[in-house]
Design a binder for this molecule. Structure first.
Ligand code: MN
Ligand code: FE
Length: 333
């Protein structure tokens, strides 16, 4: 049997060469080229703005706290799922090499929120429990945990068509819904603030995180599509309908979050635009796993796709050069 991405007993997981899935290798290299750490970004201006009584409106402060609250635990949830569950079932060595890289990036993201809490002097007992105390954050986290139960079942195996389907279902929950939809209203809010010159340090960190997440999503979709292609009986119409339904539910939850976190919008942007953005993003995700788009929404924030490219021109004398990327590797947000 030729190499297959799951259930291959003929390949030694310790023998990475020769490779079959060169896209996994490319995602690994792109991840390395994007390397960054939160400490490279100055929080000086953010600290001044946070302390000042006049720069940020109360609604903006609340929005910042909510997004820190959501992401601070979501990054750890992602890392745990990845290392404890996805890694176990994806035995292909070049894919595992990428997953190790992704796990490191999730550690950097977790570190980013530690750095933000430390530098702004936030109370961790206010930020970290938000996944339980804020209902629209709790709803998203519970939805993802519910979607990934097979992955976390210690006896789960990808040995039958039905189980491969369950595995795909959970991978879609993890990569497409959690990393691909539930992160993006928050990204848009923090980047919208940055565009108004508010909390630019955190905004820049969110840009780097978003660039990493775009790669995680790209790897996840390639993994999902390869499993589909190698197990042709699995991707039935009924199963496709089930997945579309899940994505629609996720969009409802993400729009509820956008409304709660940002009820009165931001300067020049209203909550309805955040909702349109979520629908736009969901269509891109559906297309990426060969499902028909549902919403047909134009992108209300074209600047979001530019942010993933992050080709920055930094003034060498004003800031450290944090840009290691040599070529734009991301075509979609
Ligand atoms: Mn992450
Ligand atoms: Fe991620």
């Amino acid at each position: 049997m030729a190499k297959s991405i799951i259930n291959n007993s003929t390949i030694d997981p310790n023998k990475i060469l020769p490779m079959t899935y060169l896209w996994a290798r490319q995602h690994y290299k792109d991840g390395v080229a994007n390397n960054w750490t939160p400490e490279e970004i100055s929080m000086q201006k953010d600290v001044e703005q946070w302390k000042s009584p006049s720069v940020l409106a109360p609604t903006e402060r609340r929005l910042i706290l909510w997004n820190l609250g959501f992401f601070s635990t979501a990054e750890s949830l992602t890392a745990n799922n990845l290392v404890l569950a996805v890694y176990k079932h994806v035995t292909n060595p070049e894919c595992r090499q990428y997953i190790l890289r992704q796990a490191y990036e999730e550690a950097v993201h977790t570190d980013t929120f530690i750095y933000c809490c430390d530098s702004l002097g936030l109370d961790p007992e206010e930020i970290y429990p938000m996944y339980e105390s804020v209902s629209s954050i709790k709803a998203k986290d519970e939805f993802v945990v519910g979607l990934t139960t097979s992955l976390l079942d210690p006896n789960f195996k990808t040995d039958t068509q039905e189980n491969i389907r369950r595995f795909l279902h959970d991978l879609i929950g993890f990569y497409v819904i959690m990393e691909g939809i539930f992160f993006y209203a928050g990204f848009a809010m923090m980047l919208a603030l940055k565009r108004q010159d508010k909390m630019v340090g955190i905004g820049e960190q969110f840009e780097y995180i978003m660039r990493d997440e775009s790669l995680h999503l790209a790897f996840g979709c390639d993994l999902i599509n390869t499993i589909k292609a190698e197990n042709p009986g699995v991707w039935t119409k009924k199963f496709q309908d089930e997945i579309v339904e899940l994505i629609k539910q996720a969009v409802i939850l993400e729009k509820a979050y956008a409304h709660d976190a940002c009820p009165s919008g931001l300067l020049g942007i209203n909550a309805a635009q955040f909702c349109d953005y979520v629908e736009h993003i969901a269509d891109r995700r559906l297309e990426r796993i060969d499902l028909p788009k549902v919403y047909g929404r134009a992108n209300p924030f074209p600047w979001m796709s530019q942010s993933t490219d992050l080709v920055k021109e930094k003034n060498f004398f004003e800031t450290r050069v944090t840009e290691y990327q040599t070529a734009g590797s991301l075509e979609w947000d």
